[in-house]
Design a protein around this ligand. Structure first.
Ligand code: NAD
Ligand code: G6P
Ligand code: MN
Length: 433
């Protein structure tokens, strides 16, 4: 039978994943699902794990669910390892999102200083998981959802021996769904040629039944209503002059770079009113876990859609089933570039439309990004690489360098101050420094 190990099993997203396995059981018959967490997440694991068991029982499927704090037992002979953990939990995210604001820099969990520090905390853990996998399940696929997913995939490709790794984000599928809705067509008729990096991905073209509708979609991106496709980012709409001459479909995270001032002002403003996103999410999470505790609940509650990771299960399970069944359909994932985007190094991670085979994703050759996008994408890739290097080596100077070259940081001196304060705040989770 198929064994899945899910690390960070206490996540409120676990019911998403379980729903995905239930829906696709016919083509992907999971026999064991091992949900792994740590002592700090034990209570969450119990609640969400028992809810997962009820979902499976209701579906009448023979999937065994194991809840454990023993990662090695879970990894033993696993076929697929999915990772969705958050080192330091939401408290660490709140720190990532609030400290930078004091220095007039965006506080966000995957961009700027927050992205750097989430990476510094996460990369040592993922590399440790990779080592365990080499020993306990060398043939398994690692499907990483843990943010910053692009930087984490880059680190696994460069610093581990695990080659069967795919990084996954729900933004591309969210863009497909959002554009389908904009155009009022079923999402199965939409295809987007994706190319770029995680949270820095562009749609180079978009088709309905194979006909390009790029012009129409680009026009709609000027409307704030239509310019974000995820719950955690409010759309602000693009200046028509800008978006029409960029002539690529942006992802919601581009607003942090092309509307830096407005997004920073908004982050400062909302930190004073509703709190940082971490605080909003903490409340959502508390509400979700209250629901999950209800013994009568046995299907995924709609409230989960208030989280930014909507469609995660669709993205994850469609990927895994296509690998398992050698489906050779096209899906956007994070994988090694191998020449698919000309201006990105061959061995770096990119987020790109791929053919999904039993041997993994094969990126579609995209030529290159628009000239206007190329420089920023390269800069973000340099940031990811230097951040990953800092995470692996524990080199403080490299951490300052990474933050200084990040486009959201105004100066080296400010970078250093932020690094110092954040190193101190996160020191329990940064053993390498
Ligand atoms: P969460 O705060 O609920 O954390 C999930 C679980 O991870 C917790 O139960 C926690 O105890 C556990 N955990 C922490 N450290 C661990 C470790 N060392 N080993 C095993 N488990 C550990 O987080 P969440 O909001 O459910 O998000 C989970 C992760 O998924 C985050 O990294 C988040 O950024 C990421 N995410 C990614 C996307 C994407 O597009 N790739 C979308 C949404 C969320
Ligand atoms: C999605 C992203 C994730 C991100 C999440 C945040 O937009 O793809 O990478 O972490 O939403 O959602 P949250 O509800 O935790 O703010
Ligand atoms: Mn994402």
């Amino acid at each position: 039978g198929i064994k899945i190990a899910t690390i960070g099993g206490g996540s409120s997203y676990t019911p998403e994943l379980v729903e995905g396995f239930i829906k696709r059981y016919d083509e992907f018959p999971v026999s064991e699902l091992w949900l792994v967490d740590i002592e700090a997440g034990k209570e969450k694991l119990e609640i969400v794990g028992n809810f997962a068991k009820r979902m499976i029982e209701k579906a009448g499927l023979p999937i065994e669910v194991h809840l454990t704090l023993d990662r090695r037992a879970a990894l033993k002979d696993a076929d697929f390892v999915t990772t969705q953990f958050r080192v330091g939990l939401l408290d660490a995210r709140a720190t990532d999102e609030s400290i930078p604001l004091k220095y007039g820099v965006l506080g966000q969990e995957t961009n700027g200083p927050g992205g750097l520090f989430k990476g510094l905390r996460t990369i040592p853990v993922i590399l440790d998981i990779c080592k365990d996998m080499e020993e306990l399940c060398p043939n398994a696929w690692l499907i990483n959802f843990t943010n910053p997913a692009g930087m984490v995939t880059e680190a696994v490709l460069r610093y581990s021996n695990i080659k069967k790794v795919v990084g996954l984000c729900n933004v591309p599928i969210g863009m497909e769904m959002g554009i389908a809705k904009l155009l009022d067509v079923d999402h199965s008729r939409i295809r987007i040629d994706f190319a770029g990096l995680n949270h820095m991905v562009y749609g180079l073209d978009v088709y309905v039944d194979g006909e390009s509708v790029k012009e129409e979609v680009i026009e709609k991106l000027s409307d704030p209503e239509n310019s974000s496709f995820v719950k955690n980012i409010d759309g602000m709409g693009w200046e028509p002059e800008f978006i029409q001459s960029l002539y690529a479909i942006t992802c919601p995270y581009h607003m942090y770079y092309y509307k830096s001032k407005e997004m920073l002002d908004k982050a400062i403003e909302s930190s004073k009113t509703e709190g940082t996103r971490a605080e909003v999410v903490q409340q959502l999470e508390n509400d979700l876990f209250e629901l999950y505790k209800d013994e009568n609940l046995n299907i995924k509650p709609p409230q989960l859609e208030e989280r930014g990771g909507a469609y995660y299960s669709d993205a994850a399970v469609r990927l895994i089933t296509s690998i398992y069944n050698d489906k050779r359909d096209i899906q956007p994932v994070n994988t090694m570039n191998r020449g698919a985007i000309a201006s990105i190094p061959d061995e770096s991670a990119v987020e790109i439309s791929c053919v999904i085979t039993k041997d993994g994703p094969i990126p579609l050759v995209m030529g290159d990004l628009p000239v206007a996008a190329r420089g920023l994408v390269q800069q973000i890739k340099s940031f990811e690489r230097i951040a990953a290097e800092a995470a692996v080596t524990g080199d403080y100077n490299k951490a300052v360098l990474a933050l200084t070259i990040n486009p959201l940081t105004p100066s080296d001196a400010i970078a250093k101050q932020i690094v110092d304060e954040m190193m101190e705040a996160h020191k329990d989770y940064l053993p390498q420094f």
